[in-house]
Design a protein. Structure first.
Length: 265
C-alpha cells in the first residue's frame, strides 16, 4: 500500500460555520513502513480493512457539505485506523487498550494478532497520533475564535452484526446510533440530530457505541465546544463488508446536511 502525501486533511468551510465534520475511520491507506510491522498477509489484511473501515463516510461528509447552506469544515483522516486510531487515548485509562485496540492496535476485529503484543507504540504515536491531535485541536480552536462556538459531528459507521472486538456489542443496533457526552452534547444538538436522521429509520442512543470525540484541551472544560457522534449501520447504505455504497448514502447525506444546517443556525 502506497505512502500518501497527507496523513489527514482539513477541508475549509464557510468562515461563519461553527461545524467540523470529523471523519476519522474512512480510509484504507497504510504507509509501507507501517505495513512492515503488521503480521497479516495481504489477503488477511484486506479482509481486516473491510471490517474495520467506516467505508464511504468521507463521501457522506462531502455530499452533506455540498448540500448544506453554510458549508461545514471537514477534518478527514486519510490513513487507515490500523496506522493509529486518533480517537483512542494512548494510555492505560482507555478500556480498548486491554482488548489490543488502543491508539495502536495489536489485535484485529476478530481478536487475531495484528502486531506483536510487545510492539512499541511510541514511533507511531509520535509520527501520526500527536500531529493529528494537534491539528484537530487547532481546527476546533479556530472555529471558537471565529464564531464563539464549535460543533464537532463525528461521522462513523458500524456493522450490522457485532464483531468479536466490540466490548458492548450486545445492545441495540439501530439504523442510526447517536453517541453523546454528558458535558459536550447539549439537548438542542441531540434533538436536531434525532429529527434529521428520523427519516432514515430508528434513531438510538449510545448503543452499540457511545461517547463523542472532543480534543483533550477542551474536554470537560469548554461548554462552547459541542460534540455528537453519528454512527450509521452499514446495511442501510452499503454492501457489507467493504462493498460499494448504495442509494441509502444519498438519503443519509441529506439527513446529515439537515443536521449541519440546524446547528449552524
Amino acid at each position: 500500500m502506497s505512502q500518501v502525501p497527507r496523513p489527514f486533511e482539513l477541508l475549509p468551510g464557510a468562515a461563519r460555520s461553527p461545524v467540523v465534520l470529523h471523519v476519522p475511520h474512512s480510509a484504507r491507506e497504510i504507509p509501507a513502513g507501517v505495513r512492515a510491522g503488521i503480521v497479516l498477509d495481504d489477503a488477511a489484511l484486506a479482509r481486516e480493512l473491510d471490517h474495520i473501515t467506516d467505508a464511504h463516510t468521507a463521501e457522506l461528509a462531502d455530499a452533506a457539505a455540498a448540500r448544506a447552506g453554510l458549508t461545514p469544515w471537514r477534518f478527514v483522516n486519510r490513513l487507515s485506523r490500523l496506522v493509529v486510531d486518533p480517537e483512542r487515548f494512548p494510555d492505560e485509562r482507555e478500556e480498548m487498550l486491554a482488548a489490543g485496540m488502543g491508539a495502536v492496535y495489536t489485535r484485529t476485529t476478530h481478536r487475531a494478532e495484528l502486531r506483536p503484543a510487545d510492539t512499541d507504540p511510541e514511533p507511531l504515536l509520535r509520527r501520526y497520533f500527536r500531529p493529528y491531535a494537534r491539528a484537530m485541536t487547532e481546527a476546533v480552536a479556530d472555529r471558537l475564535a471565529a464564531t464563539g462556538r464549535a460543533v464537532i459531528i463525528d461521522v462513523h459507521s458500524y456493522p450490522t452484526a457485532p464483531l468479536p472486538y466490540e466490548l458492548h456489542g450486545e445492545g441495540p443496533r439501530p439504523p442510526v446510533c447517536l453517541g453523546t457526552d454528558a458535558f459536550h452534547t447539549p439537548p438542542a444538538l441531540l434533538e436536531a440530530a434525532r429529527k434529521a436522521f428520523g427519516r432514515c429509520g430508528e434513531v438510538g442512543l449510545d448503543s452499540p457505541f457511545g461517547g463523542a470525540y472532543v480534543p483533550l484541551e477542551f474536554y470537560g472544560k469548554r461548554p462552547e465546544v459541542a460534540a455528537l457522534m453519528v454512527e450509521i449501520r452499514r446495511d442501510t447504505y452499503m454492501a457489507e463488508p467493504g462493498g460499494p455504497a448504495g442509494p441509502g448514502l444519498d438519503r443519509l447525506a441529506g439527513a446529515l446536511a439537515e443536521l449541519v444546517a440546524a446547528v449552524s443556525r
